[in-house]
Design a protein around this ligand. Structure first.
Ligand code: ATP
Length: 371
């Protein structure tokens, strides 16, 4: 298996008649990286994966694998393997036969196939389970067999199309760790598509967030979460409270935005393309876990924040979420860590909500994930 084959999309467009599924997507995926495309249903993720695998031709632009232009190269001649949502293991074949099915088609001997199957079973941590039938495995184990079957063809790039979506939540979370471990063991490039941000953030070296055919941001998970480049990314990844207003002042890398909840200071996102200037319409994003609460004080309040009234409390064990009615009549979510004091926040109680401005993000007004 040759490690480190990079993939590049170079100004890629895919149109279906009048409809644009992928709009000028450019991205360089490093060799040996775990790279995810994350976005809501219909944003063009599968279409991108299909152009990389060769099942879909670009309308414009290029796909390069290992610096080689893939134009005119069919799916079976590309150094890629694809794993779908529906694994479709052959139920009447044993696990080892499933894994090495492609070798059998090519006429490899049984001894060769058995040897290769044993190597791959070790890789997916199913040593000694080759003689079982798929029905004798758990959902997660079957998923790993599907990965081993795809790796049997020794691809340079493994393409995974929401492979965990059919599994239940616990198993899905467990498989994230497993898939990441397998990827690190084989060292080849994994391109993963998902609408599940938890999956994308936990497994990937880099994530591309997509909206309506456009790649809005490419970065590591922490940057995507802490420094979103667009209002869509800020509202799609994780939870966020969004306040719309107008920039009153820019100073020291921060914007002071006049909103119906008062003047809200926030850091200007360092990843945002373009600039934010005084007088611009802007959105301030404050995540629920960034807000702290205190009893309101009389008179002028120091620091960033505003007053509100508790409407609802949602106790979750490790966290407690408060839904607070803000001065502009919107509901703001606050997530507090349960520190075990047994304190309760009753509906109707007035609170001061405050936050550290460097942990809030200001961006030019734009579309939200809910729009
Ligand atoms: P999902 O998460 O639901 O699979 P996706 O992000 O993978 O969504 P795509 O399958 O890439 O989205 O589809 C992007 C858009 O292109 C969708 O609006 C879809 O209806 C459209 N589309 C995809 N394939 C075709 C096709 N062969 N002909 C016409 N339209 C298509």
């Amino acid at each position: 298996m040759s490690a480190g084959t990079g993939v590049e999309l170079d100004r890629l467009w895919v149109r279906f008649g009048e409809f644009v599924a992928v709009r000028e997507a450019s991205v360089k995926i490093g060799g040996g990286a775990f790279f995810s495309f994350l976005g809501p249903s219909g944003c063009g993720k599968t279409t991108i994966l299909r152009t990389v695998s060769g099942f879909q031709d670009p309308s414009e632009g290029r796909v390069l694998i290992g610096n080689r232009d893939m134009a005119g190269i069919g799916p079976n001649r590309r150094p890629t393997a694809l794993i779908f949502q529906n694994l479709a293991l052959f139920p009447l074949m044993r696990v080892w036969e499933n894994i090495t099915f492609a070798m059998e088609v090519k006429g490899a001997s049984k001894a060769e196939r058995r040897k290769r199957a044993d190597e791959l079973l070790e890789l997916i941590a199913l040593t000694g389970q080759g003689d079982k039938f798929p029905s004798e495995l758990s959902g997660g184990q079957r998923q790993r067999v599907a990965v081993a079957r795809a790796l049997c063809a020794e691809p340079d790039v493994l393409l995974l199309d929401e492979p965990l979506s059919a599994l239940d939540l616990k198993l899905r979370q467990h498989m994230r760790t497993e898939l990441r471990a397998i990827q690190q063991r084989v060292g080849i490039t994994f391109i993963y598509i998902t609408h599940d941000q938890g999956e994308a953030l936990t497994m990937s070296d880099q994530v591309a967030v997509m909206r309506e055919g456009v790649i809005e941001q490419v970065a590591d998970g922490r940057t995507i979460y802490d420094d979103p480049a667009t209002t869509f990314v800020a509202s799609f990844v994780g939870e966020n409270n969004c306040f719309t207003g107008r920039v009153a002042r820019i100073a020291g890398g921060q914007a002071l935005v006049e909103t119906p909840c008062g003047m809200l200071p926030a850091r200007i996102s360092p990843t945002m393309p373009g600039e934010l200037a005084k007088g611009d319409e802007a959105m301030v994003f404050i995540r629920p876990e960034v807000i702290s609460v205190q009893a309101p004080k009389r008179g002028q309040q120091a620091g960033a924040g505003f007053d509100g009234v508790i409407e609802e409390e949602e106790f979750e064990g490790p966290n407690c979420h408060l839904f607070v009615r803000a001065p502009d009549d919107r509901q703001v979510k606050v997530s507090l860590v349960n520190r075990g004091h047994g304190e309760r926040s009753a509906p109707g109680v007035k609170l001061r909500l405050s936050y550290e401005p460097t942990r809030a993000i200001a961006l030019p007004k734009g579309k939200l994930a809910a729009d």
